[in-house]
Design a protein around this ligand. Sequence first.
Ligand code: ZN
Length: 199
Amino acid sequence: MMPPNCCLCENGIETGHECELVYFSKTESDRQWHAMAATGEGFTGHPPDCDWFCDLHMESAKSLVHWDLPTALRHLRENESWQLIYIDLFDRDTPPSVQKSGVGFESGFKLFWDRILATTEADGRRYPSDYRLSFLGNHPDYSLPRDCPELSLIKQNIPGDEKASEVIKLLSAGQASQMRKGGLKEAEKHLTDHCKQLS
Ligand SMILES: [Zn+2]
């Protein structure tokens, strides 16, 4: 069995993240593997129809378990790949740059919020920088307007250190799930709904 490290990011043993094993639909050769494993004594190895996923990638994985593992991973890479783009507003000669790229809407939105909240004051003032979440699939980029009451509201409602990450994770998971269902418009609507509950 492979060590419990997420197959889509660096989360795992070394980062202190718990990962969960997710099983996918079996192909014919997966079935043969399991038949062999069931009979062969001392037959070891990692089953071909499952892999480890961290909490940020769990929902992406679970939405695709009706497919076999390679198909599911290919689908994720084709449809849920993202890049976080940093825009320096202080030095406008600096071109926007890719800060990080990854796979899975949850992890993309989570990173976007982590970074943008870290550059926003409680009164809504923002550092001279901005972020954009760019999707390699068939979606327009996600960004917030420069003057964004929703961003200020979220910043003001962020609890103390430990719970902050949970709140952001929940918001990101909600946006990711809506994105999967109805595209970016639905993800944006989720933010509006989220903020209605806060105000
Ligand atoms: Zn992961």
